[in-house]
Structure formats: C-alpha cells, structure tokens
Design a protein around this ligand. Sequence first.
Ligand SMILES: *Cc1c(COP(=O)(O)O)cnc(C)c1O
Length: 399
Amino acid sequence: MNTQLPTPYFVIDEPVLQRYYDMLTDSLKENWGNYLVGYSFKTNSLPWLVGFVKRNGAYAEVVSEDEYSLAKYLGFTDSEIVYNGPYKSEQSFRSVLLAGGYVNLDSRQELEWLTDLVNSNPGTELKVGIRANFNLEQMCPGETTMGEVSGRFGFCYETGKFAEAVELLRRLPGVRITGLHLHSSSKSRSVNIFRSIARMACLLQQEFDFNLEYVDLGGGYCGGMESRPEYPDYFPAVAEELSKCFSPENTKIIVEPGISLISKCTTFVTSIFDTRDIKGTRYVMTDGSRFNIDPTMIKTSHLFHVDYNEHYTGERPVKGRQVISGFTCMEVDRLFTYENQPELVPGDHIIYENVGGYTMSLNPLFIQYFPAVYVRSGDKMKMVRKKWTPEEYVQGQIM
Ligand SMILES: *Cc1c(COP(=O)(O)O)cnc(C)c1O
C-alpha cells in the first residue's frame, strides 16, 4: 500500500483510538463505576485529539497557563479542567478553583495564593486536591523514574511537608481537601506501580482521615505495547486496594492517561529520498527526522515496517548495514540501523508505529516545519493539521 500523499505525515487511526478509549472507560466502569478521565495535554495536545477525547467525555489535564488557555480555547470550561503541576498562574488557578474545577496543589506558593483567595472571597467553599510526594521507589524497587533520590513534585510525605500543608489547609475557612493526587512516573508502568499508588492513597486516608471526593492516580499507564499491561490489567488491582478505604459511592477515581491512549493508533509515514555510500557505510536518507518521533533522543529502537516502492523493478540485494537517517543537517539525526535486509531505495516508505505520545508536542521547528497529520477511519483519510509553511511560522512576528 504505497499512498500518494506527500510525506512525511502522522496518521491517527480513529477506530483504534476509540477502542483504547473504550477499553479504558469500560475497565473503570466495571471495577469502580465512579471515575473521571483527565486527558494529559502535554502528551499530545493536537486539537483534533483533544476534540476526540472531549467528545468522549474527558476533561483537560493541564500543567501550565498556556495549556490551560488552550483548553479554554478548545471549549473546556473552568469546571472541566484538572490543573496540575508546579507551574500554574495565579489567575488561572483562581478561575479553576472558583468554578469548581480540579486543582491539585503542588507548592507553598499555591498555599499562599489559596490563602489570598480565601481572604478575598469570604464564605466561599473551595475544594482542593493535594499532590503527595512519596517514596514509591521503596514500594516498587527499581521501577520508578526518580529512583533512590526523591521526586520533585508535590508535598513530601516522609519529611512532614505533606502533613504541614494539610494542617494549614484545614485552618483555612471554607477550604476542604477533597482530593489526593498521586501521579508518579515510572520506568516500568507496571500494575504493581498503580497498586502501590492506591495503597498510598489508603495509607494517607488512614493517617489524615480525609473526606475525599476523588483519588487521582495520574497517568503513566502502558497501552498498545506487546507483552505489557493494558488498561483492563490495572483497575482490578487498583479497585482491590482502594476498596479497603474508599467506596465508589463517595470517591471517584481520576485517571490522567496520555501516551497509553494514543500510542497504538498513531504512525509516522516517511519516504526515502536518497541513498549514499561513504567509506563502506550505506546511508539511507529519509524525509522523517529523529526529531519527529524521538525528540528527546532517548529511544534505542523503533517499531516500524517498510513499504517497498512498487515501481522499483531493480534487484534488492541483502545489505549488511543500512543506516536510516533523517533529513536534518545534524549527524545525530540517525534513527536506526537496518541489518541484513534487502536494499532500500528512493520511494520506499518507512512507517513508524506507536508514535503518538511526546512526539508532536515536543517536535521542534528545525529545518522543516511541522508535518501534516491525518486521521484514518476505514479507508478515508482526513487531514486534521496541514503541514506548516512560512505563513504559520511567521505569525505574530515582524520583519
Ligand atoms: C505526564 C503526566 C501525565 C501523563 O503521563 P503519560 O505517561 O503520558 O500517561 C498525567 N498526569 C501528570 C500529572 C503528568 O505529569
């Protein structure tokens, strides 16, 4: 299937995306019943994707004023925002709180903003969540991103900062702690991580005797990766732990999926435009760059398949090593080495799989502008972002 569309471009397969969204909500429904999905904007805030999750009932999980503004621009109300992270603005913090959205406090600064808000709005009930920083590594050795050193988000349980914040909040008139936020990033994304997060919620509940409307498990699930957990694996374990201290009648689960929702459905289609031999190495030049699908330069392998140019009638001898490279002028822009495979030629397509998360949102405007994005539904392809041109690049600027 060689398509005629100009490469490179991303494709989102809508039925696959829908399948993953439904898999998530079905599992939540079945195991807890009371839940809310806050879609992680930072993972991929492509407007079409945001629209898709919104139509399916998700709220916007945002971690900056710009993301908050984007959520508003794309039609979310303040009450449909889950506001996280260390870098909120005071204005948006107040708007979301006053509208009854979900604000998970992350810092001392926010406690001050909240105190000011209470003073300027006497008699108003304000519900807040609080992000706990805790030693997940101890519960899941070797699995977390922060490892033995601490994570840097939220109020630390072990040092007593969490208890201090709770005490301060309890003294603020009209303020109620209605949520716990326990997002932690892990390398393993295992069921055990989420079981431990649920256990931590219970531990905090027992120690502080909260009256919680929600436990926010955060994001960081696996999805669409072979022999790794899928949504239905997580929530039975989470529910088993949470039910020791909470009930679905009083307390909802908030989940903040990002990559797990959009990995499987997203591919990146590139073409080979040149090959060259230099000192015994075959370089295969493609119009996709490592910056498009591995912008943080951490991947050591890619899932991909090759679509051979059907108009090429020459031989394809097996080549020992072919170094698949991007179009940029940086030497590090090499994607992978193709070993002992048929010779690749101009017009072949290399199609990368599982590239939905942390790609489009981290893509630089380096040498080439943002590529087009299509949504596929059956055999229909709809363009949802046109390729950027100088027109988009220069917007809002003067020369
Ligand atoms: C990054 C992040 C997410 C989403 O993480 P994924 O790994 O994309 O699922 C959710 N919540 C918070 C607070 C985050 O920082």
